[in-house]
Structures are given as C-alpha cells and as structure tokens.
Design a protein around this ligand. Structure first.
Ligand SMILES: Cc1ncc(COP(=O)(O)O)c(C=O)c1O
Length: 468
C-alpha cells in the first residue's frame, strides 16, 4: 500500500485499524475510555453507529412519551404516516417552487379546515400552516392589529394604543404576543369556579382601541371553554351601537379538532359573525406529531395584503405569511394523511373513544373520594382534578407518580384562582382503558403511601391469577 513508510502513511494505517473495528462496534465503550466532550466540538470523528448509540442511550433518561399525560401533543401515529413522514423529511416547505405538490397539499388542508369550521360559502377563506398554535396565534393577532391600525388611520384617529382583551385562562403565547408586538394586554382574572372569562367582564374591558377579543375552546389549564357565542353577541351589539368592529380570534389549539366531531351543533366557529380567525394545533387532537398548527382566516380581507411577503429567490413568486422561513414538510403531509385516511367518521370515532376513556378516568378518580373534578362538564378528553384533603399536595403526588414513569403535571390556576392546585391528565388516542387502570392503581397507591396506609387493591389483583 502506497505511503506506508511515511509518517502520514503510518497514521493512516493506525486509523484504518481503528476504523475496521469501528465498523462493527455498536457500543463506544469497546474503544472509548473517556467520556466525549459535551460542550466543545470533538476534534475527531467517531463511527456513526457509536454516535447513534451514545445519543440513543442518553435519551433513555427522558420520560416515556406514551406515559406523558402532561402534553396534548400526539405521541403515536400509524406506520403509514410514519413512512410518509420519513419520506418527506428532506423537503423544505418554503421551497414551494421546487415542491409544488406539497404546497397543494397544504392548500387542501386549509380548505378542509375552513369548511370544518363552517366558513360561510360567500367567504373566501385563507390560511397557513404553522409550527404550532403559538405561531398561528401570533400571526392571527398581528393581522387584527394591522386591520385595526389601517381603519384608525383611514378614520384619522390615533393608532398608538392598541389593546387586546382576553381571560387569564389563555395560554402564555397570548401574553407573549402582547409583549413582543407592543399591544396593551387586558387580562381578565378568572371567574372562580368556572375558571373561564365571563361576557360581562369582556364588556367592561373593550373599547375603540381593542384590536381583538381572545376566546379559548379548551383552555390549557382546565380544558374548559370560554363563552364564545355570548362574546360574539356582545360584540355584534357593540358594532351596531357605536360602530366598533372588534373581531374574535378563537384559540382552538386543542378544541378545534374535537368540537367539530363531537359537538357539531355547538356554535363557536365561523358561523359566528365576529369570529374572524381560528387557530388549531394539528399536533394535538389533529393527531399529528409535533410541529404543526393551522391558522384560518374567515375571509381573505381579514389578512391585510401588506403582511404577505412575496419572495422570488427560490424560483417562482412565493407568498409567505409566517414568523419563520424554512421548516419541514412532513407534519403537513402527515396532517393531510390523517384527514383523508380517517375522514369525518374516523375522527369522530377516535374523539368519542378518547372522551369515553377520559370520562372513565374521571369517574374512577371521583369514586375514590380523594379528588374533585374541576372540568365537570368534561367537554374535551382530559381530566383536571384537585385534592379534597390537605394531607398531601398534588405536587407531591405528581412527583411520586414520576417515580413510576407517569408524567402528570401539577400546577396552580391563574390569577383569581391561584390558591387552587390541580393535576391534569390528557387522555390521548394511545391511552386506553388498560393504561387508565394502571395509572389509577398507581395514583391510589401513591395517595395511600402519603396517608400511611398501603392497602390499595390493584385492578390486576382483583382477578384470579392463572395459577388457580
Ligand atoms: C389553548 C392553547 N393555546 C395555545 C397553545 C400553544 O400551542 P402550541 O404548543 O401548538 O404552540 C396551547 C398549548 O398547549 C394551548 O393549550
């Protein structure tokens, strides 16, 4: 072999010996004797398999997504969806000119959702895919800020004091919007025992500078719903009386994919005149892995033209309304897969099953006598509970459950209800009765360990074992 006698030749030989070994080594411990640098880039390369295994093993320290009841976000999809996702991992969505079909798919999803949200036929709805509801909410509210500003300018009125009105039950991203986009935040404290906003409080806060009223379909804290129809009626009266045309943006991050299937008669969407924009998280009950959300405007006039950027340097002229630029295409394609694969009947079946499972969980917890159900109306597939006794706290309980692998968040409610500490369990598609039984067993065992009574009879123990 050429160059063997030179210094660099020797080095190559050494390297070759190592790499031969590397080819077959899965575990780095066969040849790593020191830990790899974590905060500086290593000087040398390592075999792909070893790098994979190293990271894979470290990630075992993360929680198990299947036991994560904290998050609304999808943790399971069908293998066919997984396949489509892998096949489209390398497509940058923003390259519309190169991937025109992917863009068409996004357009189809937007159309389907606008119709699902009952956009009137005479409207020309528009929308965009986003990374999640957070981006969708920011973009929706930004459009309303611009519409308000343009109107004020046309009327020759001051436009330096925009405000936004919403309940303290909104997700943190609403507050982020107010801060980042310089809009006064009028946050209405929660109404005790309902834990949502009331229409009377909204009436007290709105004025001519209100760019938008926010209303939530399925709050993050308790899974309840703001009185959207009543707020709409109030805003219509106000429009008639003094001409303020204040739009509603509905945050349907979680409820937007549930209500159309379980409560088709419930009026919360574009059937209501003042509802001008809606966001929904595809990665929550849209049943897609994280990062996809959707923003739909009732009509193209709700999205000021000036906010749409048109870039030409990727080939073709691409309209773009987003906060970021490049992003993956796979979750958009996965959303389309779900919509055509499941259809309305498939989504309805899944939502019904999840609801029935979450009601089962709520019943079991309530029957134990230890918990109070906060979201008694049980509109969405999640259960929020507080403890009846003060012997221990939900925080302790949550920590104890974590030792068993369950991830169940504990937190206090927002302003006006800060003294209420709750635990929330989101019941997803892949959380069936058996898992609920196991969870409830562990919850009871944890409670009794605090009460010093280790007497819990597990569901499994109630059955005769195979030995009998
Ligand atoms: C009501 C509500 N709005 C907005 C968000 C933010 O959504 P995303 O995580 O899709 O950005 C959430 C997340 O849980 C939510 O529950």
């Amino acid at each position: 072999m050429e160059g063997l006698n030179t210094l660099s030749g020797k080095k190559n030989l050494e390297k070759m010996k190592v790499s031969e070994k590397e080819v077959t080594s899965t575990y780095g411990s066969r040849y790593f004797t020191e830990s790899i640098p974590k905060y500086v880039m290593p000087e040398d390369e390592m075999p792909a398999r070893a790098a994979y295994q190293l990271i894979h093993d470290e990630l075992n320290l993360d929680g198990n997504p299947a036991l994560n009841l904290a998050s609304f976000v999808t943790t399971w999809m069908e293998p066919e969806a997984d396949k489509l996702i892998m096949e489209s991992m390398d497509k940058n969505f923003v390259d519309n000119d190169e991937y025109p079909q992917t863009e068409k798919i996004q357009e189809r999803v937007i159309n389907m959702l606008a119709r699902l949200f009952n956009a009137p036929k005479e409207c020309h709805s528009v929308g965009t895919g986003t990374i999640g509801s957070s981006e969708a909410i920011m973009l929706g509210l930004l459009a309303h800020k611009w519409t308000w500003k343009k109107r004020r300018q046309e009327e020759g009125k001051p436009f330096n004091k925009p405000n936004i009105v919403m309940g303290a039950d909104v997700h943190t991203v609403w507050e982020k919007f107010a801060l980042y986009f310089d809009v006064e935040l009028k946050l209405i404290p929660l109404e005790r025992d309902t834990y949502t906003v009331t229409v009377d409080k909204v009436a007290e806060e709105i004025d001519e500078n209100t760019i938008c009223v926010g209303a939530v379909l399925g709050t993050t804290f308790t899974g309840q719903m703001d009185p959207i129809k009543e707020i709409n009626d109030l805003l219509m009266d106000i429009k008639k009386e003094n001409g303020w045309d204040i739009p509603i943006h509905v945050d349907g991050a979680s409820g937007g994919f549930v209500a159309p299937f379980l409560y088709p008669e419930l009026e919360w969407d574009f059937r209501l005149e003042q509802v001008r924009s809606i966001n929904v998280s595809g990665h929550k009950y849209g049943l897609v892995y994280p990062g996809v959300g959707w923003l739909i405007f009732k009509d193209k006039t709700d999205l000021p033209e000036e906010l749409i950027f048109k870039v030409n340097y990727l080939g073709g002229l691409m309209p773009n309304y987003s906060l970021n630029f490049s992003k993956g295409s796979s979750t958009i394609i996965a959303q389309y897969y779900n919509l055509i694969r499941l259809g309305k009947s498939g989504y309805t079946d899944i939502m019904e099953n999840m609801m029935s499972n979450s009601q089962y969980l709520a019943r079991k917890l309530e029957d134990s006598g230890k918990f109070e159900i906060i979201n008694k109306e049980g509109m969405f597939p999640l259960v929020t509970v507080s403890l009846k006794d003060e012997e221990f706290t939900v925080f302790q309980l949550s920590e104890k459950l974590r030792q068993k692998g369950w991830i169940v968040p504990a937190y206090t409610l927002p302003e006006n209800a800060e003294d209420v500490a709750v635990m929330r369990m989101v019941v997803k598609e892949n959380f069936g009765r058996e898992m609920i039984d196991l969870l409830v067993d562990d919850v009871m065992e944890a409670c009794e360990s605090f009460e010093g009574e280790e007497t819990v009879e597990k569901v499994e123990d109630q059955n005769p074992s195979l030995l009998y």
